[in-house]
Design a protein around this ligand. Structure first.
Ligand code: ASP
Length: 319
């Protein structure tokens, strides 16, 4: 006798539980308004896929989330990994900071079963709501054991994305996550197209992790003043990510500001503001000033926070 899958649904808010005052104007709404039960009720077909255990640690617009929420979500996911009755985990989350949360979960958990995060670009009651189909696809993905080998994935718009490379590339479009080169497979039925070489993990870290250090991201425009960097240091930044032009090109003024940070023991990562591609290593890279590679600024910040918190080499989660 085959047992039915049981999915742990961890609902955290976002547009997928958002409500618009006018169903035909989906860009005017409040995120995180509905409880997880309403999400499930909107997709009765889920009952044909799996049984569900629901957790709802909070319900937020993801722009309000930070390290404490990442930790809470990751601990809920870890509980699902440890529970033998659970087949796979689905986390519903806002799209705005999904890059950070998904990367955080992915670095801290080596999955023994699928971990699927999902979201929506349209509120739950919009005429064009995408949440119900994303949730259905996420349940199917989380019931597909082979997906565990990809680490944490994000399911949206019929695609499966690697959390490490995820980029939200549009403010409103339904295919907002399809533009950053993170797609590793497709939904309905689940098909895995590529198995990317993912950055390092540190699964043992979660148990002792309480606080994450301040790491700031600075977006560098042509001619931007490098004194922004001093302001971050004065405010206690322990690491810095520079979202630089092009291939992480460091203007002279910023190079000397970065040298000051490094002299104070603060690592600096060269990321790109382009929104796509990888930042290549430079000949003068060091252990304290280095390229983000394929990690975008949001993930590079989380990687540095985790490495500093764990006392690991700054580039641990970049390799
Ligand atoms: N502001 C929303 C959030 O991130 C956007 C979304 O979910 O699409 O929670």
């Amino acid at each position: 006798m085959t047992t039915r899958p049981r999915i742990l649904l961890i609902a955290t808010g976002g547009t997928i539980t958002g409500v618009a005052a006018d169903r035909s104007r989906p860009s005017h709404y409040r995120a995180g308004r509905l409880a997880a039960d309403a999400l499930l009720a909107a997709v009765p077909e889920l009952a044909g896929v799996a049984d569900v255990t629901v957790r709802q640690p909070f319900s937020l617009d993801s722009c309000e989330m930070g390290p404490d929420h990442w930790l809470q979500i990751t601990r809920e996911v870890a509980a699902g990994m440890a529970d033998n009755d659970i087949t796979g985990v689905v986390v519903t989350h806002g799209t705005d900071t999904l890059e950070e949360s998904a990367f955080f979960v992915d670095r801290l958990i080596e999955p023994c079963k699928p971990i699927v995060m999902t979201c929506a670009m349209r509120p739950a009651n919009a005429l064009s709501a995408d949440g119900p189909s994303n949730l259905m696809r996420a349940f199917e993905a989380a019931s597909t054991a082979a997906l565990a080998s990809l680490g944490t994935v994000v399911v949206a718009n019929e695609r499966i994305h690697a959390a490490a490379w995820l980029r939200k590339g549009d403010t409103l479009a339904l295919d907002a996550f399809d533009r950053g080169g993170s797609c590793v497979g497709r939904c309905g039925p689940v098909e895995i197209d590529t198995r990317p070489r993912l950055p390092a993990r540190a699964p043992g870290l979660l148990a002792g992790l309480a606080r994450l250090p301040r790491v700031d991201v600075l977006w560098i425009g042509a001619g931007s003043s490098a004194d922004l960097l001093s302001a971050c240091l004065e405010r206690g930044a322990r690491g810095l990510v520079l979202a630089l032009p092009g291939n992480g090109t460091l203007p002279a003024a910023w190079r000397s500001a970065a040298a000051d940070a490094i002299a104070r023991g603060v690592p600096v990562v060269r990321a790109s503001r382009t929104g796509g591609g990888a930042v290549g290593a430079a000949t003068d890279d060091t252990a304290m000033l280095f390229a983000a590679g394929r990690l975008g600024p949001p993930q590079a910040r989380v990687a540095l926070m985790l490495a500093i918190a764990a006392g690991l080499p700054a580039r641990h989660f970049f390799d």
